[in-house]
Design a binder for this molecule. Structure first.
Ligand SMILES: [Zn+2]
Length: 237
């Protein structure tokens, strides 16, 4: 593949950037416990966006992955250093403007969201853009259950496995430790009142024990399969 038909938008030029589908990965800059980097959600979203771009190209459409948006809505993590949140209102505006601007040359845009805290903004932005008659949708980077257990809410086994697969050098294996392991529904009131620091001293919700790179590869494939199944034959999502 030449640079002019690169799957990575940033590698194209203005003369070759028009494409049928643009995937825009959305991450966060947010604490992920003592062992995972702040850019974990961005790394995962980028990997899923790249995979979906490759599948779209194989299916015959000219697709590209835009640069990842590394800031999101992470207010509940702000007690932990390193977190930078732009909040739901600003994120909504940013996404709407990305949609309007890219919509001048990319007829179809799909946000690929890697951070749960961004969902309200993504939904609101997609609603606004669709009301303007744009072909815009979004997909979640949603991991399947492991051994019939729902994925960890934050920096637990699921995200640790994904990062061991995608960026093993950034996983501080000597600092892996369990965090708050009670079910999310039980801790939700405290989390909403006091933020994540109110329910987990080390910033982890779940237990990374058992995580592995092989499991991460399997989870990533399942995540991409699931996202891809939501946009069959290039229909609007
Ligand atoms: Zn995360």
């Amino acid at each position: 593949m030449s640079a002019d038909s690169s799957a990575t938008l940033a590698e194209r030029t203005w003369q070759t950037s028009r494409c049928q589908v643009l995937f825009v990965p959305l991450g966060s800059t947010e604490q992920h416990g003592p062992h995972l980097p702040l850019g974990t959600d961005a790394t995962v979203a980028q990997a899923v966006a790249r995979d979906l771009t490759a599948r779209s190209i194989r299916a015959g459409s000219d697709a590209a992955a835009a640069p990842v948006l590394g800031y999101g809505a992470s207010g509940e993590h702000e007690a932990f250093a390193g977190t930078i949140s732009i909040g739901t209102a600003v994120l909504t505006t940013v996404l709407v403007e990305i949609g309007r601007s890219a919509g001048r040359w990319a007829p179809r845009l799909v946000f690929v969201n890697g951070h749960g805290g961004n969902v309200d903004a993504v939904r609101a932005a997609v609603r606004i853009l669709r009301d303007e008659s744009r072909d815009v949708g979004w997909l979640a980077c949603a991991a399947p259950p492991l051994d019939d257990v729902a994925p960890d809410a934050h920096a637990g086994r699921t995200e640790t496995s994904l990062m061991l697969h995608l960026a093993p050098g950034l996983v501080r294996t000597s600092r892996v430790a369990a965090g708050q392991t009670r079910p999310l529904r039980e801790i939700l009131p405290d989390l909403q009142r006091a933020g994540l620091a109110g329910v987990s001293a080390n910033g982890v919700l779940g237990d990374p024990a058992g995580a592995s790179a092989d499991e991460g590869a399997m989870l990533l494939t399942a995540m991409c399969d699931r996202a891809w199944s939501r946009m069959p034959a290039g229909d609007p999502v």
